[in-house]
Every structure is written in structure tokens, then in C-alpha cells.
Design a protein around this ligand. Structure first.
Ligand code: BTN
Length: 255
């Protein structure tokens, strides 16, 4: 279990007008020794990245785009847990600041009313079993109008302002994110996976759903029933067996 308390989040915040990707810049800073807890933010990104080699687009000033540098003294297997924890923190932040019913779609997308409002991308480097750093980046669609969303995304994506009917302060979101992070990282450090599982389950919209799991060229159907210690999704397949899927191997959608 992690044994070092990460309580310095946001002690230093670097805000850019434009950069390639906050994850890339945070990584460069981490490689050259930047301290744990630093947050890198930008009004816009020219090469924002998502999971599965996808791109992440957001018009300048309309999103909350940030990456945090973490240096937890934990072994490789716990990285997905920190990513799930980040999803818990984002869902809670959105609920507190906007009142919108934000829920986590496994592994760590945040949805409101069945539409994606935030994505999370974790990248790490490690030697032996200890991490040198882990970068967790998140992009929240904050004040995008419908015309800001590409037409092929309008049915599947949304923004906080679209859901709420008014603009939302990015500063308020950032402040609440840091407060909620501090609370949940402490809970996780003390109580480990059971703490995370409890919070994740309370905030998720995936468990109990019939899902289609895409793995390479194959796809499986089943009922999402739990998350594992590795942050994997546990699915009950048609034959009644339970199977664990890891976020790096698969993507899921509702049936
Ligand atoms: C996904 O949904 O696939 C993850 C999207 C993550 C986007 C954020 S925006 C800030 C940070 N910098 C990046 O290049 N990506 C993440």
C-alpha cells in the first residue's frame, strides 16, 4: 500500500496560455526533477492527448485542462487505483460546484446524463517496482457551447455549462478539485483499496449495466459487477463466469 502522503497538490501551479499538452509539459518537468504536487494548466493545447492514442480537443479558455505530477512511493500495480481515485475526485468536484449528477464510467471518464464531460489520462515511468513519477491529466469540458463540440460528438459529449444552463468558474472547480483530492488521497493512504472501491462505487454509472467489452478485434457481452484491486472491471459473462478486464487492454460501451 502507498505509505507516503501526497498533500502538496497545487502548492505550485504553472498556468500557460498555450502549450502542446499539459501531460507532456508536466512529464518534461518531472523528468528534470520537478517536485510532487505541481499542477500544470493551460488555456489551450495544440496536441492534447486522450486514451487509446486519441486526440483531445478543447477550444481556448473553455475547459479545465490540467496535469499533476505525483511521486507516490508505490508499486506499479497501484497506478490504476490513483487514476480511479482521480475520477472520484473529479465526479465529486463537479457535484459540489455545479450540483450536476456526475458519474464515473469505468475506468475514469466522467459522464453527465449519459454524455462525457471529462476524460483522464495517466502516464508513468518507473524503475524496478517504484515510480519515478506519475502524471495524471484531466480535461473537463467546462464552458463549451454546443457549436464548440464537433458534430459527431454532440450526442456523446457535453459540457458543464450545457448541462447547467450557465457558465461555471474554472477557478472554483480547481479549488474544489484540490480540496477533494487532499481528502480522498488521505483516505486512500490510510485504508487502501476498500476506501477507493467504496468511493468509486458510490460515484459510478457502470456497475449494474450490461456492457460490450472491446478487446482488439473481439468483443464480449456481460454485466459489469465490480472493480478489482488492480482497477480492472469485473464482468459476469453469459456463462456465469467472472472475468477481469484492465483499462489498458479494453474499451467498453453500454449495450
Ligand atoms: C480520454 O478521455 O481519453 C482522456 C483525455 C485526457 C485529456 C487531458 S486534457 C489535459 C491533459 N493533457 C493531455 O494531453 N491530455 C489530458
Amino acid at each position: 500500500l502507498p505509505h507516503k502522503h501526497i498533500s502538496l497538490l497545487g502548492k505550485e501551479i504553472y498556468l500557460f496560455r498555450e502549450l502542446t499538452s499539459t501531460n507532456s509539459v508536466a512529464r518534461q518537468m518531472a523528468v528534470s526533477g520537478a517536485a510532487e504536487g505541481i499542477i500544470v494548466m493551460s488555456r489551450s493545447q495544440s496536441a492534447g492527448r486522450g486514451r487509446m492514442q486519441r486526440q483531445w480537443h478543447c477550444p481556448p479558455g473553455k475547459g479545465l485542462l490540467l496535469s499533476m505530477i505525483l511521486r507516490p512511493q508505490i508499486s506499479v500495480q497501484f497506478v490504476p487505483q490513483l487514476t480511479l481515485l482521480t475520477a472520484v475526485v473529479v465526479a465529486e468536484t463537479i457535484k459540489i460546484v455545479t450540483g450536476c449528477a456526475a458519474g464515473i464510467k469505468w475506468p475514469n471518464d466522467i459522464f453527465i446524463n449519459d454524455k462525457k464531460v471529462c476524460g483522464i489520462l495517466a502516464e508513468s515511468s518507473f524503475s524496478k517496482s517504484n515510480f519515478e513519477y506519475i502524471i495524471i491529466g484531466l480535461g473537463i469540458n467546462v464552458n463549451l457551447g454546443i457549436h464548440h463540440l464537433p458534430s459527431d460528438c454532440q450526442k456523446t459529449s457535453t459540457s458543464l455549462s450545457l448541462e447547467l444552463g450557465e457558465n461555471v468558474s474554472r477557478v472554483k472547480l480547481l479549488r474544489q478539485f484540490i480540496i477533494s483530492w487532499d481528502e480522498h488521497i488521505q483516505g486512500f493512504v490510510k485504508a487502501g483499496h476498500p476506501y477507493l472501491r467504496d468511493k468509486w462505487i458510490k460515484n459510478n454509472v457502470t456497475l449494474g449495466e450490461n456492457v460490450i467489452v472491446n478487446k482488439g478485434d473481439s468483443c464480449l457481452h456481460g454485466l459489469a459487477v465490480d472493480i478489482s484491486e488492480k482497477g480492472g472491471l469485473i464482468v459476469r459473462l453469459a456463462d456465469g463466469s467472472l472475468q477481469e478486464f484492465l483499462a489498458e487492454d479494453v474499451s467498453i460501451r453500454k449495450r
